[in-house]
Design a protein around this ligand. Sequence first.
Ligand SMILES: *Cc1c(COP(=O)(O)O)cnc(C)c1O
Ligand SMILES: [Zn+2]
Length: 421
Amino acid sequence: MTLTADAPTSSAADSLRCRNCGARYPLGPQHACLDCFGPLEIGYDHDALAVLTRSDIEAGPHSIWRYAGLLPVGQDPAGRVTLNPGMTPLVRADRLAEELGMRELWVKDDSANPTHSFKDRVVSVALTAARQLGFTRVACASTGNLANSVAAHAARAGLESVVLIPADLEEAKVVQTAVYGGTLVAVDGSYDDVNRLCSELAETDAFEKTAFVNVNVRPYYAEGSKTLGFEVAEQLGWRLPRQVLVPMASGSMLTKIDKAFGELASLGLVEPAEWRVFGAQSTGCSPISTAFALGRDVVEPVRPTGIAKSLAIGNPADGPYALDAVRRTGGAIADVDDDEVRDGIELLARTTGIFAETAGGVVVATLRKLIAAGALDPAEQTVIYNTGDGLKTLDAVAGRQVPTVRVKPSLRAAREAGLLD
Ligand SMILES: *Cc1c(COP(=O)(O)O)cnc(C)c1O
Ligand SMILES: [Zn+2]
């Protein structure tokens, strides 16, 4: 990385910090520690953050940008690369709670974002940082939803984009990326192969001026997921939820929801309270869940299989940090197989009116499993995250969901079919 540019100004972010050894670096397009190769994350000037009040936030736009003061990019709306995602519904799910024997259950429905997944949050922050850092081209390796969001954001802002995906992705996710223009590269391999290729491309001269969402601007990208924590707390009346259940691919989102709760508490924006973070994976790709079950700190990479492709990261970069957040808060992690995922999608749909993609099915099925195992307390307030839209993964349930009955357009046919009984 030889590109140098001014770091985004007028934000409370003041450094990049190594999550492994604590070393500090100036803000900029860098993701790994030069000493220990550990991942870098954004550090903030606590005093600069502490000026924020609830009413400042409430007076802000109805999007993630109401929390701009807690994000690592400049405050000028004109400088943003964004589809203005966020402030998605927090739905009280009494009928689902009843089926599961729970007292108070909420679904944070992040399928209600511009490209129908939570990835719009992270991409808005990553690409805004990329532009402020002087990049004119953006790229990413994606399990699908990130591809959709990067291509759409680039289209809105007139940035060049190069999106790399595994060639066997769901058709809806391929179409919903290609339609926005930009270069779409289908790679014969798994997501982990695609990601490795991305890292190699990022080192070449031809890509020197390209911001890779999950490589050189990853610390900025990851911060966008904090808004999933901020919003839930604000929507609950500036209270932290007691238990949250989060789907995991790289594990980044889970760590940032936990970070968000910690920031709100330390800034006095919510009353200090204990929260527990739970994680969900699909059995076809469950390296973090496996490490949790074995009581290990090291996450052993796997080769992903199964229908939950948006979560199919076999070598999860934030796995150890996700394990740490779950263990520190007294949560747990479990995984569910493809049939359970389908059941989860259907259960959520028929009890809440929310049609989730496979990742949402993973979460609902894992919720059931964690309750049965006695790990998650059904009597405590719980928020689960639905991170994507069922229309993107129709094939998962298409064969199981068909019309109840087919009739000729006459009253007689309707009667014969038993519709008047
Ligand atoms: C990417 C993705 C996730 C997981 O994100 P990580 O931060 O990598 O753990 C969860 N749900 C959906 C729908 C996604 O697209
Ligand atoms: Zn380090």
